[in-house]
Each structure stands twice: as C-alpha cells, then as structure tokens.
Design a protein around this ligand. Structure first.
Ligand code: FES
Length: 62
C-alpha cells in the first residue's frame, strides 16, 4: 500500500492517515471522518474512504 497516496484532496489526507485511524479503532466512515477530517468538506472522497476502510478492515482481521 502506498501510504503517501492522497485520498482526500481537501485536507490532504493520505491512505496512511486513514490506515492509522482504522488501526486506532475507527471502523466506520463516520469515525474516520472524525479522526482524520477526510470527507468533511466536499465529500467527493467519501466513496474512496469507505472502500479503503473496508479493505483495511479485511486485511486486519487476517
Ligand atoms: S476530497 Fe475529501 S472532503 Fe473533499
């Protein structure tokens, strides 16, 4: 995973930032949003963030 890839361009939130939030217990978009700010502005990244959370949650449970 490229941790430096920007997912939310409004706040410059990267994959790594979201991965960290998930690792710290954020399991839903709402929680990741609260922790990282991703999705708080235009909301265009919402789909991408959700997809990433899903992916991360799966890889975490293995
Ligand atoms: S790209 Fe994430 S809120 Fe705009």
């Amino acid at each position: 995973m490229n941790r430096k890839k920007v997912i939310c361009s409004c706040y410059g939130i990267t994959k790594g930032d979201i991965a960290d939030a998930v690792e710290q217990g954020a399991a839903r978009f709402r929680e990741v949003k609260k922790q990282t700010k991703a999705g708080k502005a235009c909301g265009h990244c919402k789909k991408k963030v959700k997809k990433l959370i899903k992916k991360l949650a799966v890889s975490q449970s293995h």
